[in-house]
Design a protein around this ligand. Structure first.
Ligand code: RFL
Ligand code: PHB
Length: 390
């Protein structure tokens, strides 16, 4: 088989890149290791920046998001038993975010891809990348016991943190930066109404908690947990009890509990691999970088990476210019590092760190006090949360 771009991974980055390339008249094939059901079963991001909303509109998949998504003009920070609203809308000159699940984004992109008759090969095993340092890269995979090869002009590594693309780059060509946090997030999804109409990020001596949502009838909640915690050790009742203990009294009172639909533990990590291009291989999304989920930047960064990549590849074919390709890595990394900084800062502020002791806790308390009482500090937070300009 031959195509212009072989995309590895049918998560949000791979699917969105496929849609952007299709609109630009560029031919692409997506190879995905898992089944569509498995991809859709991963419950992850919930908050989209305006740039992500615009990209989904641009590729024609925004209709359901605008119908069912929730536009949020603020969120709340809770500490010391009280809540403080960050008025994103007011502080950023009218900007907001869209609460719409990654599952739904992925679903909409998958449906549009199928309707356009574009090729996605699911359950592609043993994917391997070849010759991307030359002019004719190739990708091999095994499907139903047979080995196949795709010849292409470019490979887009959109296969997440554990994918094969970053691992295929020769050792020494890549510099990595990493911080692993000494805790995780235990999350549950439930068909219960959210605690409030906006998200609540809670700082508590027992640890961080987040009340989020997918709709006005479906909630997503998280509590900070220890790294060696196991999902099996957390009954639904134990989760709800722990969450309630961390919430402010009004939120605890408003909390409606119910059986979990999904329950999982995610470790927290900051990670960046530089550069994001090696010859004709490009890394995008979680394949190149990870942010801790505090601040909801991961999916949004993935979307902006592929927006830059889609334009760069379109420019290569349409204008015979490699300017976009040559600046891809640098352009992405500038935005990525700023989001890394914000996510690291927000994580550091909101969580209980086992090692920091009483002084660290006093610093967090003083910073939270400053944050909600200073217009300058609240504005800085709001402008990062809605997303820095492209
Ligand atoms: P993904 O979603 O991991 O998709 C990669 C795809 O590649 C496939 N794959 C392979 N395919 C072929 N061959 C191989 N060898 C392969 N290896 C892997 C995988 O099966 C998969 O389908 O990466 P992508 O597309 O870059 O998307 C990134 C986002 O998923 C991620 O950044 C966000 O989910 C992060 N994130 C959040 N981001 C936000 O913007 N807002 C949020 O509110 C938010 N909340 C979160 C989050 C991530 C979380 N976890 C679990 C990490 C909340 C959580 C709890
Ligand atoms: C979510 O709804 O899953 C979510 C929302 C905000 C975050 C992280 C996760 O910062």
């Amino acid at each position: 088989m031959r195509t212009q771009v072989a995309i590895i991974g049918a998560g949000p980055s791979g699917l969105l890149l496929g849609a952007l390339l299709h609109r630009a008249g560029v031919d692409a094939v997506i190879l995905e290791a898992r089944t569509p059901e498995y991809v859709l079963g991963r419950i992850r991001a919930g908050v989209l920046e305006q740039v992500t909303v615009d990209l989904l509109d641009q590729v024609g998949v925004g209709a359901r998001m605008h119908r069912e998504g929730l536009v949020h003009g603020g969120f709340e920070l809770a500490f010391g038993g009280a809540r403080h609203r960050i008025d994103m809308h007011g502080l950023t000159g009218g900007k907001s975010v869209m609460v719409y699940g990654q599952t739904e984004v992925t679903h909409d992109l998958m449906d549009a891809r199928a309707a356009a008759g574009l090729t996605t090969i699911y359950e592609a095993a043993q994917v391997s990348l070849h010759d991307f340092d030359g002019a004719q890269p190739r990708v091999r995979y095994v499907k139903d016991g047979a080995t196949h090869e795709i010849a292409c002009d470019f490979i887009a590594g959109c296969d997440g943190f554990h994918g094969v693309s970053r691992a295929s780059v020769p050792a020494g060509a890549l510099q990595t930066f990493e911080r692993v946090y000494p805790f995780g997030w235990l999350g549950i999804l439930s068909d219960t109404p959210p605690v409030s109409h906006e998200l609540i990020y809670t700082h508590h001596e027992r640890g961080f908690a987040l009340c989020s949502m997918r709709s006005m009838t479906r909630s997503r909640h998280y509590v900070q947990c220890s790294l060696d915690d196991k999902v099996e050790n957390w009954s639904d009742d134990a989760f709800w009890d722990e969450l309630r203990r961390r919430l402010d009294p009004a939120a605890a009172e408003a909390l409606v509990t119910g059986p979990s639909i999904e329950k999982s533990i995610a470790p927290l990590r900051s990670f960046v691999a530089e550069p994001m291009r090696f010859g004709r291989l490009f890394l995008a999304g979680d394949a190149a970088h990870i942010v801790p989920p505090t601040g909801a930047k991961g999916l949004n960064l993935a979307a902006t990476d592929v927006s830059y990549l889609g334009s760069a590849i379109a420019e290569h074919y349409q204008e015979k210019s490699d300017a976009g390709i040559d600046s891809y890595s640098q352009r992405c990394l500038r935005r990525i590092w700023r989001a890394e900084r914000f996510s690291w800062w927000f994580t550091s502020l909101m969580h209980r760190f086992p090692e920091t002791g009483a002084f660290g806790q006093k610093m967090q308390a003083a910073e939270l006090d400053y944050l909600v009482n200073s217009v300058a500090a609240s504005t800085a937070m709001a402008e990062n949360y809605v997303g820095l300009p492209l």
